[in-house]
Design a protein around this ligand. Structure first.
Ligand SMILES: [Zn+2]
Ligand SMILES: [Zn+2]
Length: 346
């Protein structure tokens, strides 16, 4: 029985280091996960660049975690068993006590850790997780392909469900990377007319293969004009936080259309009030979602054959995986794998 595990922790802001740590015991309501794979999400940048340098031990990032339950703490419900395949996304498990929890709005729980930010995440061979944050992984998905669904998949699938568009309506996906490439696949299979908005011709063939009906290259045309020519979008789902890029597409939103935001940008969003009022348009923020919604996302992915396009690297090369994610040098999601993990099959 191993007594230690390897982890990539934030050595200094922006840099990860490989360390060996003693395997912890899960506390009340917690499980120990033997991690098999962990996706590298854009949100990891904030956790790695903005990590508290005084924190001891330093933070382990990663919130697209798939593995198996290796140990159960006291009070964990019987639905979770040793050896079961589970995942954890960004939201680390709700408290069941606060006002949003009492309303069943678990994604808005006020006492919920953000995995990889306020508790250690999955750039590691072992991880402690609250059982309320666990997601069951379908047998049809291997660990590497399930991992990105837990954040990139969930965030985009839920946003599309909330976007108000109906089958046949034009839906625009703004920003084609880790999240956007999932959004295109889901949007196509949900029956929308799908417009992908990106920069450059290098991804044109990819976005059409992923499910877009139309590719709007903002280096060649104005996004809002292109959407208007197509009749106006009933929803623009934006993966990016760049306020100027969002503003440039906004005018393409049809009356009663919704702008759905997934990325929290630095700058305030310039949205003319008259544009909203005059067309009864709205702006909606969407946080990833609950474990139940995550299982719905995984199951829809199996049902409709949606898979992330991934490149894998072993855990100890997390710095390289992270830098490639940051520079956009990946199609479309980096996933870290643990060497001594068991076979991925169920
Ligand atoms: Zn994420
Ligand atoms: Zn709560």
């Amino acid at each position: 029985m191993k007594t230690s595990y390897r982890a990539m922790q934030v050595a200094t802001p922006g840099a990860l280091e490989l360390v060996e740590r003693p395997i912890p015991e899960p506390g009340v309501g917690e499980v120990l996960i033997a991690v098999e794979a962990c996706g590298v999400c854009g949100a990891d940048a904030a956790d790695i660049e903005g990590a508290d340098p005084t924190l001891q031990p330093p933070r382990v990032p990663g919130h697209e975690v798939v593995g198996r339950i290796a140990a159960l703490g006291a009070g964990v419900p019987a639905r979770w068993r040793i050896g079961q395949r589970v995942g954890v996304g960004r939201l680390g498990g709700h408290c069941n006590e606060c006002e949003p929890c009492r309303q069943g709005l678990f994604q808005l729980c006020r006492n919920q850790p953000f995995v990889g930010a306020s508790c250690d995440g999955g750039y590691a061979e072992s991880m402690i997780a609250r059982s309320t944050g666990l997601v069951s992984i379908p047998d049809e998905l291997n660990a590497e392909e399930a991992a990105p669904i837990l954040c990139a998949g969930l965030a985009t699938f839920n946003a599309l469900k909330k976007c108000g568009a109906e089958a046949g309506d034009l839906v625009a996906i703004l920003g084609i990377g880790g999240l956007g490439h999932m959004a295109l696949q889901y949007a196509r299979r949900m029956g929308f007319k799908v417009a992908a908005i990106g920069r450059g011709q290098d991804i044109a063939a990819d976005v059409l293969a992923l499910g877009a009906h139309v590719y709007i290259d903002t280096r060649q045309e104005d996004a809002a004009d292109a959407l208007k020519r197509l009749g106006g979008a009933m929803a623009i789902i934006t993966m990016i936080g760049d306020a100027a890029a969002i503003a440039a597409a906004l005018d393409g939103l049809a009356p009663r259309g919704r702008l759905v935001l997934l990325g929290a940008g630095k700058d305030p969003l310039p949205v003319p009030a008259g544009f909203l009022v005059g067309g009864e348009r709205s702006v909606l923020g969407s946080i990833t979602g609950s474990p139940y919604e995550n299982e719905k996302t995984l199951n829809f992915s199996v049902l409709c054959n949606v898979r992330p396009l991934i490149e894998t690297l072993p855990l100890e090369r997390a710095n390289e995986a992270y830098q490639r994610m940051r520079s956009g040098d990946v199609k479309f999601r980096m996933v870290l794998t643990m060497d001594d993990r068991r076979p991925a099959s169920a």
